[in-house]
Write a protein of this length. Structure first.
Length: 251
């Protein structure tokens, strides 16, 4: 597969039930959001690529064993991949299990509009609480923000606030952290107090309401870059606006 920079997309929602149709809704939603995309290949147990001419029927049967089996477009130059898994209650916010969807796509074809469209489609299809789409180097940055000791620093090396580990959060609706493009369900937005026109005028210029009543909020016009002082300032300002993110303060 290509080593080009990737956009990583993750959503978190209620536990998966194989009869609820979310797996197919997620896959079809992603295909609809990216013109020409067809997720019709998977990897066999012998690690061979396999074409799925009756993909929807295969997916319905495969969800008996796992929530959303690995699917891809089979394009090694511009790979798009998606899968889903259950996360145990032991590791979940509020002590609840969850259904996570993970997707990757080339950042050079996922501009601001495409990233927003794909995140909305996947999150709405998965009936997610929250999610994000971010450049693939976000993970190291976020890992440095997680508070692993009560005696740890108050700020990361970037000057961003420290965040509680996910299993310490009081409710699954609370986002663990901020990404470049953020999906907040209606329940999550309500817990965050978003939108409030007194404080959120700038965010609302890059936000839109979803069909389910949630919001997709993009923090910056270009992909989030932690080395960009303006982007870092936007992150810091948004964390200060929503102290519930990362479980730092409860309303």
């Amino acid at each position: 597969m290509t080593q080009n920079k990737q956009l990583v997309l993750i959503t978190h929602g209620t536990t998966f039930e194989r009869t609820d149709g979310r797996a197919l809704a997620v896959v079809r939603g992603m295909e609809h959001a990216l013109s020409g995309l067809r997720l019709e290949q998977t990897v066999t147990k012998t690690r061979q690529m396999s074409l799925l001419p009756r993909r929807d029927e295969w997916l319905s049967d495969a969800t008996k064993e796992e929530p959303l089996p690995f699917l891809c477009n089979g394009d090694e130059r511009h790979p798009v991949m998606i899968s889903g898994r259950q996360k145990s209650a032991r590791l979940g916010a509020g002590g609840q299990a969850s259904f996570e969807v993970h997707a990757n796509l080339p950042l050079d074809v996922a501009g601001p509009q495409a990233a927003t469209d794909v995140l909305e489609a996947v999150a709405e299809g998965a009936q997610a609480y929250w999610g994000h789409a971010s450049p693939d180097d976000y993970g190291l940055e976020i890992s440095e923000q997680f508070r692993r000791s009560p005696d740890g620093p108050e700020r990361s090396r970037r000057g961003l606030p420290m965040l509680h580990l996910p299993w310490h959060l009081r409710a699954p609706e609370l986002p663990h952290y901020l990404g470049w493009v953020n999906y907040w369900s209606a329940a999550t937005a309500s817990m965050l107090g978003f939108p409030d026109p007194r404080y959120d005028a700038a965010l609302l210029t890059r936000a839109r309401r979803t069909a389910s009543g949630g919001w997709v909020v993009r923090l910056t016009d270009t992909p989030l870059d932690y080395d960009n002082p303006t982007h870092l300032e936007t992150l810091l300002r948004t964390y200060e606006r929503f102290p519930e993110i990362g479980g730092r303060v409860s309303r």
